[in-house]
Design a protein around this ligand. Structure first.
Ligand SMILES: [Zn+2]
Length: 252
Protein backbone atom coordinates (compact mmCIF):
# COMPACT_ATOMS: atom_id res chain seq x y z
CA UNK A 1 0.00 0.00 0.00
CA UNK A 2 1.18 3.52 -0.83
CA UNK A 3 0.05 7.02 0.11
CA UNK A 4 0.53 10.05 -2.14
CA UNK A 5 1.29 12.66 0.52
CA UNK A 6 1.17 15.66 -1.82
CA UNK A 7 -1.07 16.28 -4.81
CA UNK A 8 -3.37 18.93 -6.25
CA UNK A 9 -6.02 16.77 -7.92
CA UNK A 10 -8.76 18.64 -6.00
CA UNK A 11 -8.23 21.87 -7.90
CA UNK A 12 -10.78 22.92 -10.51
CA UNK A 13 -7.89 23.32 -12.97
CA UNK A 14 -6.70 19.69 -12.61
CA UNK A 15 -6.96 18.42 -16.20
CA UNK A 16 -7.94 14.74 -15.70
CA UNK A 17 -11.25 13.16 -14.70
CA UNK A 18 -10.82 12.74 -10.96
CA UNK A 19 -13.07 9.66 -10.64
CA UNK A 20 -10.84 7.78 -13.08
CA UNK A 21 -7.72 9.11 -11.40
CA UNK A 22 -8.97 7.75 -8.07
CA UNK A 23 -9.87 4.43 -9.72
CA UNK A 24 -6.37 4.04 -11.21
CA UNK A 25 -4.80 4.97 -7.87
CA UNK A 26 -6.81 2.30 -6.03
CA UNK A 27 -5.95 -0.28 -8.72
CA UNK A 28 -2.30 0.50 -7.93
CA UNK A 29 -2.88 0.26 -4.18
CA UNK A 30 -2.49 4.01 -3.64
CA UNK A 31 -5.05 3.97 -0.86
CA UNK A 32 -4.92 7.58 0.28
CA UNK A 33 -3.89 11.00 -0.99
CA UNK A 34 -3.37 14.35 0.67
CA UNK A 35 -4.83 17.20 -1.37
CA UNK A 36 -2.69 20.20 -0.64
CA UNK A 37 -3.98 23.77 -0.82
CA UNK A 38 -1.83 26.49 -2.38
CA UNK A 39 -4.11 29.54 -2.00
CA UNK A 40 -7.22 30.45 -0.03
CA UNK A 41 -9.40 29.18 -2.86
CA UNK A 42 -7.39 26.00 -3.42
CA UNK A 43 -7.52 25.30 0.34
CA UNK A 44 -11.30 25.67 0.39
CA UNK A 45 -11.45 23.30 -2.61
CA UNK A 46 -9.20 20.78 -0.84
CA UNK A 47 -11.46 20.76 2.22
CA UNK A 48 -14.59 20.34 0.08
CA UNK A 49 -12.96 17.55 -1.94
CA UNK A 50 -11.86 15.56 1.12
CA UNK A 51 -15.09 16.00 3.08
CA UNK A 52 -16.80 12.61 3.29
CA UNK A 53 -14.19 10.99 1.01
CA UNK A 54 -12.91 7.45 1.58
CA UNK A 55 -9.63 8.27 -0.16
CA UNK A 56 -8.64 11.96 0.05
CA UNK A 57 -7.44 14.00 3.01
CA UNK A 58 -6.86 17.76 2.94
CA UNK A 59 -4.16 20.23 3.88
CA UNK A 60 -4.79 23.97 3.93
CA UNK A 61 -2.29 26.75 3.39
CA UNK A 62 -1.13 29.53 1.11
CA UNK A 63 1.97 28.81 -0.97
CA UNK A 64 4.66 31.52 -0.73
CA UNK A 65 3.95 32.50 -4.36
CA UNK A 66 0.36 33.41 -3.50
CA UNK A 67 0.84 35.09 -0.12
CA UNK A 68 0.46 38.56 -1.63
CA UNK A 69 -3.20 37.68 -2.36
CA UNK A 70 -4.02 36.93 1.30
CA UNK A 71 -3.86 34.11 3.82
CA UNK A 72 -6.19 35.12 6.68
CA UNK A 73 -8.77 32.55 5.67
CA UNK A 74 -6.44 29.68 6.65
CA UNK A 75 -6.73 30.35 10.39
CA UNK A 76 -10.51 30.77 10.06
CA UNK A 77 -10.80 27.48 8.19
CA UNK A 78 -8.50 25.65 10.64
CA UNK A 79 -10.57 26.52 13.71
CA UNK A 80 -13.62 24.98 12.03
CA UNK A 81 -11.55 21.75 12.03
CA UNK A 82 -13.08 20.32 8.86
CA UNK A 83 -13.52 16.59 8.34
CA UNK A 84 -10.29 14.88 7.12
CA UNK A 85 -8.08 17.97 7.50
CA UNK A 86 -4.64 16.56 8.38
CA UNK A 87 -2.09 19.37 7.86
CA UNK A 88 -1.30 23.02 7.28
CA UNK A 89 0.46 23.67 3.98
CA UNK A 90 1.93 24.07 1.61
CA UNK A 91 3.56 27.05 3.26
CA UNK A 92 7.12 28.34 3.35
CA UNK A 93 9.46 30.67 1.50
CA UNK A 94 10.39 30.74 -2.19
CA UNK A 95 13.20 33.12 -3.13
CA UNK A 96 13.80 31.37 -6.46
CA UNK A 97 10.78 32.99 -8.11
CA UNK A 98 9.77 35.59 -5.46
CA UNK A 99 6.27 35.93 -6.92
CA UNK A 100 5.36 37.60 -3.62
CA UNK A 101 7.72 40.03 -1.82
CA UNK A 102 9.96 38.42 0.81
CA UNK A 103 8.53 40.40 3.74
CA UNK A 104 5.00 39.26 2.87
CA UNK A 105 6.16 35.64 2.50
CA UNK A 106 7.75 35.79 5.96
CA UNK A 107 4.66 37.31 7.62
CA UNK A 108 2.44 34.71 5.96
CA UNK A 109 4.71 31.87 7.06
CA UNK A 110 4.72 33.08 10.67
CA UNK A 111 0.97 33.51 10.71
CA UNK A 112 0.33 30.04 9.26
CA UNK A 113 2.84 28.40 11.61
CA UNK A 114 0.87 29.91 14.48
CA UNK A 115 -2.27 28.40 12.95
CA UNK A 116 -0.56 25.00 12.85
CA UNK A 117 0.46 25.35 16.51
CA UNK A 118 -3.06 26.35 17.55
CA UNK A 119 -4.65 23.52 15.58
CA UNK A 120 -1.95 21.01 16.61
CA UNK A 121 -1.42 19.95 13.00
CA UNK A 122 1.76 18.98 11.12
CA UNK A 123 3.06 21.28 8.40
CA UNK A 124 3.82 20.69 4.70
CA UNK A 125 6.68 23.02 3.80
CA UNK A 126 7.70 24.45 0.44
CA UNK A 127 11.15 26.05 0.80
CA UNK A 128 13.23 27.02 -2.20
CA UNK A 129 16.52 28.96 -2.08
CA UNK A 130 15.45 30.33 1.29
CA UNK A 131 16.68 28.02 4.08
CA UNK A 132 18.86 30.72 5.69
CA UNK A 133 15.74 32.75 6.47
CA UNK A 134 13.56 29.70 7.02
CA UNK A 135 15.37 27.94 9.91
CA UNK A 136 15.32 30.86 12.40
CA UNK A 137 11.58 31.31 11.78
CA UNK A 138 10.91 27.58 12.15
CA UNK A 139 12.95 27.49 15.38
CA UNK A 140 10.73 30.18 16.93
CA UNK A 141 7.89 27.66 17.06
CA UNK A 142 8.61 24.79 19.41
CA UNK A 143 6.98 21.43 18.93
CA UNK A 144 6.17 21.69 15.22
CA UNK A 145 6.44 18.61 13.08
CA UNK A 146 6.19 18.35 9.33
CA UNK A 147 7.71 17.55 5.97
CA UNK A 148 10.06 19.39 3.62
CA UNK A 149 8.07 18.69 0.47
CA UNK A 150 9.79 18.28 -2.92
CA UNK A 151 13.20 18.54 -1.31
CA UNK A 152 16.01 19.41 -3.75
CA UNK A 153 18.40 21.34 -1.53
CA UNK A 154 21.80 20.52 0.01
CA UNK A 155 23.16 17.89 2.38
CA UNK A 156 23.51 20.61 5.03
CA UNK A 157 19.83 21.46 4.83
CA UNK A 158 18.67 17.85 4.73
CA UNK A 159 20.63 17.30 7.95
CA UNK A 160 19.19 20.49 9.44
CA UNK A 161 15.72 19.14 8.69
CA UNK A 162 16.38 15.64 10.05
CA UNK A 163 17.91 17.11 13.21
CA UNK A 164 14.66 19.01 13.78
CA UNK A 165 12.60 15.84 13.36
CA UNK A 166 11.25 16.72 9.91
CA UNK A 167 10.39 14.24 7.18
CA UNK A 168 11.67 14.67 3.63
CA UNK A 169 9.22 14.49 0.72
CA UNK A 170 10.51 12.92 -2.49
CA UNK A 171 8.72 12.89 -5.84
CA UNK A 172 9.25 12.49 -9.59
CA UNK A 173 12.30 14.77 -9.53
CA UNK A 174 14.24 11.91 -7.96
CA UNK A 175 13.39 9.71 -10.97
CA UNK A 176 14.58 12.15 -13.63
CA UNK A 177 17.32 14.30 -12.11
CA UNK A 178 20.69 13.85 -13.80
CA UNK A 179 22.43 15.34 -10.76
CA UNK A 180 24.53 12.56 -9.20
CA UNK A 181 25.06 14.41 -5.91
CA UNK A 182 21.31 14.85 -5.57
CA UNK A 183 20.73 11.13 -6.26
CA UNK A 184 23.27 10.23 -3.58
CA UNK A 185 21.60 12.59 -1.15
CA UNK A 186 18.11 11.13 -1.82
CA UNK A 187 19.49 7.62 -1.21
CA UNK A 188 21.14 8.68 2.04
CA UNK A 189 17.96 9.92 3.78
CA UNK A 190 16.98 7.40 6.48
CA UNK A 191 13.99 5.42 5.21
CA UNK A 192 12.07 6.17 8.39
CA UNK A 193 12.05 9.86 7.40
CA UNK A 194 11.06 9.57 3.74
CA UNK A 195 7.60 10.45 2.46
CA UNK A 196 6.57 9.79 -1.12
CA UNK A 197 4.51 12.23 -3.15
CA UNK A 198 3.60 13.07 -6.75
CA UNK A 199 2.83 16.82 -6.64
CA UNK A 200 0.28 16.00 -9.40
CA UNK A 201 -0.28 17.49 -11.96
CA UNK A 202 3.40 18.54 -11.91
CA UNK A 203 6.72 16.64 -11.89
CA UNK A 204 5.57 13.44 -13.66
CA UNK A 205 8.03 10.64 -12.85
CA UNK A 206 9.92 8.41 -15.29
CA UNK A 207 8.59 6.43 -17.20
CA UNK A 208 5.47 8.62 -17.57
CA UNK A 209 7.25 11.84 -18.57
CA UNK A 210 5.16 13.84 -21.04
CA UNK A 211 1.81 12.92 -19.45
CA UNK A 212 -0.18 14.65 -16.71
CA UNK A 213 0.91 13.41 -13.30
CA UNK A 214 -1.58 11.53 -11.10
CA UNK A 215 -1.43 9.78 -7.69
CA UNK A 216 -1.17 6.26 -9.21
CA UNK A 217 2.30 7.28 -10.43
CA UNK A 218 3.64 7.43 -6.88
CA UNK A 219 4.33 3.72 -7.52
CA UNK A 220 7.07 4.81 -9.96
CA UNK A 221 8.66 7.02 -7.32
CA UNK A 222 8.58 4.07 -4.91
CA UNK A 223 10.15 1.67 -7.44
CA UNK A 224 12.88 4.16 -8.22
CA UNK A 225 13.77 4.37 -4.52
CA UNK A 226 13.69 0.63 -4.10
CA UNK A 227 16.06 0.21 -7.07
CA UNK A 228 18.39 3.02 -6.06
CA UNK A 229 18.71 1.62 -2.52
CA UNK A 230 18.83 -2.01 -3.59
CA UNK A 231 15.85 -2.90 -1.39
CA UNK A 232 12.40 -4.29 -2.19
CA UNK A 233 9.43 -2.24 -3.34
CA UNK A 234 7.51 -3.70 -0.40
CA UNK A 235 10.06 -2.36 2.10
CA UNK A 236 9.81 1.13 0.63
CA UNK A 237 6.01 0.97 0.52
CA UNK A 238 5.67 -0.24 4.11
CA UNK A 239 8.13 2.27 5.55
CA UNK A 240 6.82 5.34 3.71
CA UNK A 241 3.18 4.44 4.38
CA UNK A 242 3.94 4.05 8.09
CA UNK A 243 5.76 7.40 8.06
CA UNK A 244 2.80 9.15 6.44
CA UNK A 245 0.35 7.63 8.91
CA UNK A 246 2.55 8.65 11.82
CA UNK A 247 3.05 12.24 10.69
CA UNK A 248 -0.51 12.91 9.55
CA UNK A 249 -2.24 10.75 12.18
CA UNK A 250 -4.60 8.73 10.04
CA UNK A 251 -5.06 5.06 9.29
CA UNK A 252 -6.01 3.58 5.95
ZN1 LIG B 1 2.62 21.15 -4.46
Amino acid sequence: MLIDTHCHVHEASYPLAVDQVKQRALENNVRAVICVGTSEQSSAEAVAFAQGSDWAYSSIGVHPHDTKDGYDMISTLAVQSPDRLVAIGEIGLDYFYTHSPRDIQIKALESQLQTAMNADLPVIFHVREAFDDFWPIFDNFTGLCGVLHSFTDTQVNVEAGLMRGLYIGLNGISTFTKDIAQQTLFRSIPLDRVLLETDSPFLTPVPKRGTVNEPAFVTHVASHHANSRGISFETVAQATTANAQTLFSFNV
